[in-house]
Design a protein around this ligand. Sequence first.
Ligand SMILES: NC(=O)C1=CN([C@@H]2O[C@H](COP(=O)(O)OP(=O)(O)OC[C@H]3O[C@@H](n4cnc5c(N)ncnc54)[C@H](OP(=O)(O)O)[C@@H]3O)[C@@H](O)[C@H]2O)C=CC1
Ligand SMILES: O=C(O)[C@@H]1CCC=N1
Length: 290
Amino acid sequence: MTDTSAPAETADATAPVIAFLGTGSMNGSILRGVLASGVSADRMRATTRSEESAQKLAEETGVQVFASDADAAANTRAVDGADVVLLGVKPYAILELCDEISEALSPGTVVVSVAAGITLAAMADHLPQGQPIVRSMPNTPSSVGRGVFSVTGGEHTSQEQLDTVSGLLSQVGTVVNVPEEQIRAVTGVSGSGPAYVFLLAEMMQKAGQKLGLDPEVARVLAKETVSGAGVLLSREDADAEALRKAVTSPNGTTEQAINTFLDGGIEQLVADAVAASANRGDAMEQEFCG
Ligand SMILES: NC(=O)C1=CN([C@@H]2O[C@H](COP(=O)(O)OP(=O)(O)OC[C@H]3O[C@@H](n4cnc5c(N)ncnc54)[C@H](OP(=O)(O)O)[C@@H]3O)[C@@H](O)[C@H]2O)C=CC1
Ligand SMILES: O=C(O)[C@@H]1CCC=N1
C-alpha cells in the first residue's frame, strides 16, 4: 500500500470529506482544482491502481493516496468516513467498483460518478438500497477552476445532497442541472469538448509550419491564440459570434478563412462530431449497463 499522506495542518472540520476513487485525467483534474480552491488535503483521499501513480499524486498534492494494485482494500479505505465519493475509473470498471465499496459506504455518503455511459439505474443496482447517487459529466479544465459540470441526482438523492455535490464542484467550475437523458448531449458538447479545441490548436500549428513557420514559433502562435481567445470568451456577457465578427474585417483576410471553413462544411462536421460523442455514450450504456 502506498499511503503517502501527512498533511499536518488542521483542516476545516465542516468541509465534506471527499474520496476520489481512480485519480487519472478527470478525477485528478477535479482533485487539483479543489485543492487549488483552498480545500485542505486533509479533507481528501484518493486511489489509483498503480503504486507509481499513487506516489506521484501524493507527492504532488499532499493527499493520502492508496494504490489498489498493492492493497486490495485501497478503495474501501478511501471511502471510510467520506461524505462524497467521486468515482473516476474507466466506464467499464465503475459497476465493479460500486460492488467493491458497497459495504464501506455510510447510508448518507453521496456517490458521484463522472463516467460516460453509466446510468444512475445501473449504479443503483450495484450500491446499497437507498444510497444517494449523482451522475455528473465534467471536463478537464476543472484542474484550473474552469470546468463545466452537469449534475443529475438519483431517486434517493435529496436536494440538500445534490446541493452539497454542486457546491463542491462549483469550486472548480460552472455547474448545470440536467435530466439524465440530456447527459449524452453534455458529453458531446463539454465533456469531450476540450479535445476539439486542442485539435484545432494542433491543426493551426501544423498549418503555420506548412506556411514556413519554425515549429516552435507555430506552437506558440497557435497556443496563445486559442488560449487568448478563450480568455476573451470567458468574460461575462461575451458572445462567440460577436467576438468572431470583431476579428473579421469586410473583404479582409479572416473573411476568406471563415468562408473556407463554412464552405468546407464545418457546421455540419461539428454537429456530426458532437453527435458521434453522444452516440458513443449511448453505445457504452448498452455495453456496460445492459
Ligand atoms: N478524461 C476526460 O476528459 C473525461 C473523463 N470522464 C470520465 O472519467 C473517467 C476516468 O477517465 P480518465 O480520467 O480519462 O481515465 P484515466 O485512465 O486517466 O484514469 C483512470 C484512473 O483510474 C485508476 N484506476 C484504475 N483501476 C482502478 C482501481 N481498481 N482502483 C482505483 N483506481 C483505479 C487509474 O490508476 P493508474 O493511473 O494507476 O492506472 C487512474 O488513476 C471515465 O469514466 C470517463 O468516462 C468524463 C469526462 C471527461
Ligand atoms: O472520451 C471519453 O470517453 C471521456 C468522456 C468525455 C470525455 N472523455
